[in-house]
Design a protein around this ligand. Structure first.
Ligand code: PRP
Ligand code: URA
Length: 208
């Protein structure tokens, strides 16, 4: 599929297996998700452009590199919060916005309740973080908000993505590359991803 990148590093596959396991308790789920997010951060940013700089070693001057664009992380609340820690380890200077959305249980449509993002999104690489891309309603809505605030260079980062959700995001936002650790089989009648890992927010925060 166009604009879809599967992160298939063996360490990511190992960690995803732990997250899928219904027996994995919240405290393990959270720490594995954080570790996985750091691994994902490498893959999601491997093609970002660099700027040359001079660096003075203790012995002489040499060429070095810095990132050309600033990074803005935007987790979709709540479950996206579970990915922030790992990304911030890799990008300690990243600014972080938040988008509050939840799915109405009956209509499966996203309901928004919070939006706060940094200024100057225009020149930044904006990484939208949400473990689950199911119907695609939440992801597509979040991207629309970010574009209204000026974001031009957006990547959507998920753990699991259903074909239905990928289609919706790609239709509404053809310019956005979707990263995921697994292209899943589909959705059940309640909009849950199969085989999935259940409700990501509940598993991270121990609610149900
Ligand atoms: C989950 C998940 C996504 C959304 C995906 O959030 O974190 O944001 O569902 O579903 P969609 O692709 O069909 O829109 P949820 O609505 O459960 O809210 P929560 O994170 O606050 O529990
Ligand atoms: N949201 C989740 O947390 N899990 C799913 O399987 C689908 C949407």
């Amino acid at each position: 599929m166009k604009n879809l990148r599967i992160i298939d590093h063996p360490l990511v596959k190992r960690d995803l297996t732990i997250l899928r396991d219904v027996q994995t308790p919240s405290y393990v789920f959270r720490s594995v998700l954080r570790r996985m997010a750091a691994l994902m951060a490498y893959e999601v940013t491997r093609d970002l452009p660099l700027k040359n700089v001079m660096v003075k070693t203790p012995l002489e001057n040499t060429n070095g590199s810095i990132m050309e664009h600033s990074i803005v992380l935007v987790p979709i609340l709540r479950a996206g919060l579970g990915l922030v820690g790992g990304f911030v380890e890799v990008f300690p200077e990243a600014r972080v916005g938040h988008i509050g959305l939840y799915r109405d249980e009956k209509t499966l449509r996203p309901v928004d309740y919070y939006f706060k993002v940094p200024r100057d999104l225009k020149r930044a690489v904006v990484l939208v973080l949400d473990p689950m891309l199911a119907t695609g309603g939440s992801g597509a809505e979040a991207i629309t908000f970010l574009k209204k605030k000026g974001a031009r260079n957006i990547r959507f980062v998920s753990l699991l993505a259903a074909p239905e959700g990928i289609k919706v995001v790609q239709k509404r936002h053809a310019d956005v590359v979707i990263y995921t650790c697994s292209l899943e089989r589909g959705l059940n009648s309640k909009g849950y991803i199969l085989p999935g890992l259940g409700d990501a927010g509940d598993r991270i925060f121990g609610t149900d």
